[in-house]
Design a binder for this molecule. Sequence first.
Ligand code: ADP
Ligand code: ZN
Ligand code: ZN
Length: 660
Amino acid sequence: MYLIEVILDVPLYHSFSYTHNQALDIGTRVLVNFRNKLIVGFVWHCKQQVTTDGKTLKPINKVFMEKINAEILQLLDFASRYYHYPLGQSLFCAIPLALKSNTEINNKFKKNKSVVNLAPTSPLLLNPQQQTIVNTLQEKLNAFNVNILFGVTGSGKTEVYLELINQVIKQGKQILLLVPEINLTPQLVERFKLRFSDANIVIATSKSTNNERYSAYTGAKDGSVQIIIGTRLAIFTPFKHLGIIIIDEEHDQSYKQQDSFRYHARDLAVWRAKYNNIPIILGSATPSFESLYNYKLGKYNLYELKSRAVLNSQLPELRLIDLNLEEGHSDLSTVALNEIEKRLALKEMSMVFINRRGFSPLIRCYHCGWIASCSNCSVNLVFHHLNNQLRCHKCGQKKSVPITCPACNSHYLQTLGSGTQKIEQVLIDNFPTARILRIDQDTLKTKSAFNQVYQKIKNNEVDILVGTQILTKGHDFHNLTLVVGLNIDNGLFSFDFRSSEHLYTQLTQVAGRAGRGDKKGLVLLQTNYPKHELYSYLSNNDFAGFANYAIKIRKDLNLPPYVNYAVLRISGSTQQKVNSYITKIYPILKQLAVPDITISPAVPSVIQRLNGKDRMQILISSANRMNLQVFLDKLVVVITQQYKIPSNLNWHLDIDALEV
Ligand code: ADP
Ligand code: ZN
Ligand code: ZN
C-alpha cells in the first residue's frame, strides 16, 4: 500500500493523506473524497507503507493522466512559503482551469498554432550600443545571470530581445516573455510573429480563453510552442526546455498580484532562471528601485542603451507649464491648446493624458458641502457623463445623480475636478472638427475594442487621443508628436513612499510616446510645482540621477529596498470586531522573540472601508529577510492556531507589499 499526500484547493497549510495500491508520481492529478465531495488534488508525496498507523484513510478515487512538473511544484512550494499563502490555493491559482475540473480532459482542447502568411521581416542591423549588449549577453546564454536592460524609451530594447531570442531558438530552446497587463499590444505580437514566422508563438494573458490558456500550457510543456508571450500568470507555465526569460517593463506594478496569492512575477522569474540555469533580462526605461538595489549589491548586471534607436529620432523636448501663471481655471492651459491647434494644422497626432476616468471625481453640494460617497467603501463617487451616473471605482456601485442634495435639498450640486470624459468634452468644445478618441477602462471593455482603436490610429483616423495610463504604454505611434500631461502633481506629496518613483516612471512612459518617428516630439506637463526636483530630473532625462536622489531618501528613512516589508491586513464587518481581535494578538506578536523585527502599531488601511468591510493593518519590517520569514511563520501559527481568528474576520499577509 502507498500513502499518498495530496494537495487540495483549501485554505490550510498542509496536505491530506490518502492511500493507493500503486506508487504515484509527484504532481499527478487525482480525484479524492474530501468532506464528502469528490474534488481534484495533486500528489505531493508518495511513500510505501505497511500500515496507516491506525488512521483510517480514504483511497484515491481516480488517477488522471496529467502531471504538474517538478519545477512548477518546487516553484509553488517556494512561493507558498515565501508569500505565506496556503500551498493548495497557490497551486490552484497557478494552473489552467481544465486541470481543476474533476472530469477527464478530452481533446476538445485544440492546439492553437500561430499562422502568419505575411512575409517575415528581416532583423534590423543593430546599432553599436545594441550590438555590444547582444555580444555580451549571448556569451552567457547557458548560465544563470540577471541583467537589467536600462534603455530610454525607443532605444531598441525590443530589438535586443529579438536578437537574443533568435539565438535561443537556434539552440532549440524556449522563451518566456512577460509583459505588463495593459502592454500587450497587437503591435508587439505582430512584431514577434513577423520576425519568427516559423516559430510557434502563443499569447497567454488573463483575457485568454480557458482553451487558449490550456493549449499554451500544454504546448510549452511538450515543447511544441517556442515562445510564450504572457502577463504575470504566465510565470507558472511549465516548459520542456526553457532558454531565457525576458521581463519587459520590469518596474511595472501589474507583475504583483494584488489579491489572494500575492506573488511578484518578476521575483519568481528570477527563481526560475536560477533553477534552469539560464539568463533573465529585466528591461525598462525606469528600472525598479528593487532591481537597482540588487545591481548595487552586485547581484544583477546592468546594461544601458542611452539614445533612441531610429536614426534622427530624439527624445522629445519636455516643457513644464506653470499653472500658477495661468489665468482662470481651465483644464487645458493656453499653451497646450495652442500646441494642439498647431498639430491639427500639420496633420500630426496629439495625446492628452489624465490618469482619472469618468467626468469628475467629486460631486458636492455648493450649499452645505455634502459630498457623494460610496455606502460600501470610504471613497467618493465619481460622476460619469453616460446615463448621468455616480459610480464607485472600488466596488462598482452605481447610482443616478440626485436632483437635489440629500442633506439640505439644495439644487446647487456641482462637479469638482476633471476626468477623461470632461477633458474629452473640453477638447470637443475647443476643436469641434477634430477627430477625438477617448481611451480608458470604460471604452476598452471588450477584447476587440483595443484592436479597433489600434486600427483607427494606424489608419490616421484620429487627431487627438485622450485617456488614462492605458494609452501610455508600449505603443509606437509614429505620427504622435505632442503629449500633454494633466493633473500630475498628486504623486509628489502622497503618503505612499513609492509615489514619486511611480510618478517618474509613468511620466517617462507618457513622454516616451512622443516623437517616435522622425518628427521631433514635444511633451507639455501642467504643474503647480515646476521647481520640484522630480521635474528637473525628468526634464533632463536623468533617471539615474533621480534614482540616486530618491534611493538615498529611502535609505535615510529606512524604507524598501533597504528593508523588507510585510503587511498583515485584517478586515470585518465593523471596525470594533477588527479592533478587538487586533488588540488581542498585537501584544502576542510583539512578544515573538525574533531579532531585527519592527512591528508598527495597527492603523486603518488607506481606504478604510472597502466593499462593506472595515480594514486595519500592521506593518512588519526587517532588514533581515530570513528573520522576517521566521517571524511570519510564527505569526501564521498565532493567527491560525494559537489565537485563532474568528470566522467572521478575514486576514491575509502581503509580502513585499506595494500598498502600505
Ligand atoms: P524599446 O523597446 O526600447 O522601446 P524598440 O525596440 O521598440 O525600443 O525600438 C524603437 C524603434 O526603433 C522601433 O521602431 C524599432 O523598429 C526601431 N529600431 C530599434 N533598433 C533599431 C536599429 N538598430 N536600427 C533601426 N531602427 C531600430
Ligand atoms: Zn446640501
Ligand atoms: Zn464602493
